[in-house]
Write a protein of this length. Structure first.
Length: 135
């Protein structure tokens, strides 16, 4: 079975549009106005086609605090809302996945990875559709 990195990953789970994936990577790798960029490892492997958030958590257990899924919605929606998944979970806290636009993905990765902010800081700031667009 193909292994996932121990670092925060952006895992492609839908393979219907290669250009959309390339476009997403460009957006995610573009620094913010302040110069911040997400520290993620892109994973483009058919072995992860259809991978769910729960499967990601199980496969990356003991690794990173957060990773991201580029699923069919991500790669077909004009806003490219990536699914943020809390990998290193705390049993007493509800840390359900939420969506984040590529331009704000750095904020989630940087702040969750360093422990600077809590998962709830992002979920509370998401819109009614569950998409985080920044603070």
């Amino acid at each position: 079975m193909t292994a996932l990195p121990k670092a925060p990953a952006l895992v492609r789970t839908w393979f219907g549009d290669a250009r959309a994936w390339d476009s997403l990577l460009l957006e995610v790798r573009t620094p913010s106005a302040e110069g911040f960029v997400a520290n993620i490892v892109p994973v483009d492997d058919l072995a992860f086609e259809g991978l769910s958030a729960a499967e990601l958590v199980a496969r990356q257990e003991g690794g990173t605090a957060v990773s991201f899924l580029a699923d069919e919605r991500t790669l077909t929606d004009a806003e490219r809302p990536v699914l943020a998944v809390r990998v290193l979970r705390r049993s007493h806290v509800d840390e359900q996945p939420f969506r984040v636009v590529p331009a704000a993905l750095w904020s989630v990765e940087n702040n969750i990875s360093t422990g600077n902010m809590d998962w709830a800081d992002f979920t509370r700031s998401a819109d009614d559709g569950g998409v985080f667009r920044g603070f």
